[in-house]
Design a protein around this ligand. Structure first.
Ligand code: KG4
Ligand code: ZN
Length: 337
């Protein structure tokens, strides 16, 4: 099946063409980062407006780059949630209009489901596997038994890991979004310079907490006589990142062990983090556990990632109605599969 996929849950307007839920023919992402950067975070109303401006251009570009016409598209998959409702509605409305006008089947896909299935666009991975979803809104561990079959094993009780990166970057005056900036600074700093807490590491459950690390960074910065800059800033970034990465890696490996899972997928924007990639690969190698990261273009928000679940659901005969609503929050274990 040749699918057109649309994503507009946050600050990226994205469209892709995916064949048979595996082959990415195009994957176009228009980022609004510059628009929101001056406000230090995503402004929902601005996000909706920018999606409206960009979506037709992005869809046309996705078709053009794939070398296909709209007549050849056989179905449409769109992010239904979770996300900003006004932003989601832009992609959803366009998807519904196209489905109606062209008499095409439509399916709404869960954003995080897209992320944790994204590596299947690049390689075969047998089910079941453990998925660590790390993004601006999520830090969750899921058992993935197949497409549409997810169980939540653990989750953050406060901030998501990407949110922690962004908040720490903001308090250090490094701009928005901050994950990538901290990643770059950390690469040149000493991760052992400052001993930040590793919250929840020794708790028996598989939950996470990141707001304490963020507060520890804030207290550290306030306790200094002058601004943290130069080598000192690099050491701080490296020490903060090391604390987040250690918790993510150790809890993920514990989850894999307790649930007897031999394969791990790490997905979402924070899966781009070089420290996380390095540590996770090293620790998985030691234990003989296979680990998969999507390539960077498939880690952050994109539409191609919706093609895996979208294709599977449409092939199985699912047809979502044209009055499908957007869902601001939507637990992944409640998707119908
Ligand atoms: O998946 P994503 O693009 O959007 C959401 O669904 O939230 O994730 C965005 C998050 C942001 O918090 C951003 O700072 C973080 O991913 N991020 C990173 C890196 N690249 C993006 N965090 C740490 N290191 C990175 N290299
Ligand atoms: Zn995302």
């Amino acid at each position: 099946m040749l699918l057109l996929t649309l994503e507009s849950s946050c600050d990226e307007t994205a469209a892709a063409v995916v064949r048979d839920g595996r082959q990415v023919l195009s994957n176009v992402v228009a980022s609004q980062v510059d628009v929101h950067a001056r406000y230090g975070g995503v402004v929902p109303e601005l996000a909706s407006r920018k999606h409206l401006e960009a979506i037709s251009v992005v869809v046309d570009q996705a078709l053009e780059e794939a070398g296909v016409s709209l007549d050849q598209i056989e179905g449409i998959a769109v992010t239904r949630g979770p996300g900003l409702v006004g932003a989601l509605l832009v992609g959803l409305s366009v998807a519904k209009a196209m489905a109606f006008a062209r008499n095409l089947p439509l399916v709404g896909v869960h954003h995080i489901e897209g992320h944790i299935l994204a590596p299947l666009l690049e390689q075969e991975i047998a089910f079941p596997y453990l998925a660590l979803a790390v993004s601006g809104g999520h830090t969750h561990l899921y058992r993935v038994d197949g497409i549409g079959k997810y169980a939540i094993l653990g989750r953050t009780v406060d901030d998501a890991s990407g949110e922690a990166f962004d908040k720490v970057a903001k308090l250090l005056g490094l701009g928005y979004p901050g994950g990538i900036v901290i990643d770059r600074l950390a690469a040149e700093g000493n991760p052992k310079a400052i001993d930040f807490p590793r919250p929840m590491l020794h708790k028996k459950n598989l939950n996470f907490s990141f707001s304490g690390i963020k507060t520890a960074v804030l207290n550290y910065v306030k306790s200094q006589d002058g601004p943290v800059e130069g080598e000192h800033l690099k050491d701080l970034a490296a020490s903060f990142q090391a604390a987040v990465v250690e918790v993510l890696v150790r809890k993920t490996l514990r989850a894999a062990g307790e649930n007897d899972l031999q394969r791990i997928v790490v997905a979402g924007g924070v899966a781009c983090n070089s420290g996380l990639r390095k540590e996770m690969i090293a620790e998985c190698d030691k234990r003989g556990v296979q680990v998969f990261f999507p390539s960077p273009a498939l880690c952050g928000d994109n539409a191609a990632m919706l093609g895996v679940a979208g294709n599977s659901y449409l092939e199985a005969g699912r047809r979502d109605p044209l009055d499908l609503n957007a869902l601001a929050s939507w637990p992944l274990d409640r998707v119908s599969g």
